[in-house]
Design a protein around this ligand. Structure first.
Ligand code: DSN
Length: 417
């Protein structure tokens, strides 16, 4: 086997990768679940540990030659324990969905009842949506937000729990801009003898540095992804207590996964090390400050924000009063080099492909060094795009402004061709 560079052996793939690098550099990434992983994380992902089979757990594998992959898995676990003050950690889930699946399989039987947040109110597919395994294998019920405040309706959570008697209550969201009261969820779960699972995929980075209340010690199971506010490689993790060690370990392997992605676990270890550094807290503080300024500026332009604002890294805009759909907005913004996603809003009347909402977030912009001043400029650019979404020439002009702004905040210079 000769060492032929990617560029030579597969110019099409090489080219597409570099086009993606250029896209990420030259546009405003405002999809709330996306981020720019650090150089160290990117480097750690691209390594030969991807060749290694390592079913099992450190020091108890089903294959030989695991001494070096054991080092990275142990480091990753220890660092998560420090970061979240956790007792038990599993860093093997390939994704957030698989982390959730493993928790369900460890604690529930098919047909058991789960109670999660409605997808259109901000919940996640794997929290019981009928189109996901979680809604087909389990009997699922949902709670949502209050129509007036658009914040979680705890009377509804309580009453639904009382009616359906869930074996597990799931808290956590993909499009909920407010802080989550894990204490209240714990009380309700406790009263009805249900397990509590907190999916902190979106807010993990904030939780890690105490800028959002932590569910550790309150929820029986905590799941997360590692690539959103946590800014690591793509993947998932589970946090719990020693009591659930065996059942969770078995649920991941051999329950739902085979060989762990050891190269990704190496990169997760790097991500957790970075998250333990003081700069990570400063980063998360800026993520929040940026989201607040962005929300305030958008409100000045007459945008209607779900729940009236944000406590975290994301903002959900209800576009109904602007006469636009989420799809219209997403499409026009992308032409201007601004990436955000159409999103359902509470009490949504449109399909998930069209939607009445737009979700935007600040994690990626903040990673490239943008601060309050840039948020003000960006709010104005968003306003301009959404005021005239069909003005192709106007969109091209805004595209140029976006490119110039991005040039002032370079990212991934080490990936120059
Ligand atoms: N797709 C993720 C998000 O955008 O929030 C959730 O899985």
């Amino acid at each position: 086997m000769k060492d032929i560079p990617l560029e030579k052996i597969d110019p099409e793939v090489f080219e597409a990768i570099h086009q993606e690098v250029d896209r990420e550099r030259s546009s405003l990434v405002m999809i709330a679940s996306e981020n720019y992983a650090s150089r160290a994380v990117i480097e750690a992902q691209a390594n030969v540990m991807s060749n290694k089979y390592a079913e099992g757990y450190p020091d108890k594998r089903y294959y030989g030659g695991c001494e070096y992959v054991d080092i990275v898995e142990k480091l990753a676990r220890e660092r998560v324990k420090r970061l979240f003050k956790a007792e038990y950690v599993n860093v093997q889930p390939h994704s957030g969905s698989q982390a959730n699946m493993a928790v369900y399989f460890s604690a529930l039987k098919p047909g058991d009842t789960i109670l999660g947040m409605d997808l259109t109110h901000g919940g996640h597919l794997t929290h019981g949506s009928p189109v996901s395994f979680s809604g087909t294998l389990f009997h699922s019920a949902s709670y949502g937000v209050n129509r007036e405040t658009q914040t979680i309706d705890f009377d509804q959570v309580y009453n639904r729990a009382k009616t359906v008697r869930p074996k597990m209550i799931i808290v956590g969201a993909s499009a909920y801009p407010r802080a989550i009261d894990f204490d209240r969820f714990q009380e309700i779960a406790h009263e009805f003898g249900a397990f509590l699972m907190a999916d902190i995929a979106h807010i993990a980075g904030l939780v890690a540095v105490d800028l959002h209340p932590s569910p550790v010690g309150k929820a029986d199971f905590i799941t997360s992804t590692t690539h959103k506010t946590l800014r690591g490689p793509r993947g998932g993790l589970i946090i719990s207590t020693e009591e659930h060690r065996q059942s969770l370990n078995k649920a991941i392997f051999p329950g739902i996964q085979g060989g762990p992605f050891m190269h990704i676990i190496a990169a997760k270890a790097v991500c957790f090390k970075e998250a333990l550094m003081p700069e990570f807290k400063e980063y998360q503080q800026q993520v929040l400050a940026n989201a607040k300024v962005l929300a305030d500026e958008l409100k000045k332009f007459g945008f209607n924000l779900v729940s009236g604002g944000t406590d975290n890294h994301l903002i959900l805009i209800n576009l109904t009063s602007k006469g636009l759909t989420g799809l219209d907005a997403e499409t026009a913004l992308a032409k201007a080099g601004i990436y955000a996603n159409k999103n359902t809003i509470p009490f949504e009347e449109k399909s998930a492909q069209i939607t009445s909402g737009l979700r935007i977030g600040t994690p990626a912009l903040t990673t490239r060094g943008m601060k309050e001043a840039e948020m003000k400029i960006i709010a104005e650019l968003i306003q301009k795009v959404l005021h005239s979404p069909d003005d192709e020439r106007g969109l091209q002009n805004i595209r140029s402004t976006v490119s110039e702004l991005c040039r002032q905040f370079p990212i991934y210079e080490f990936l120059n061709r």
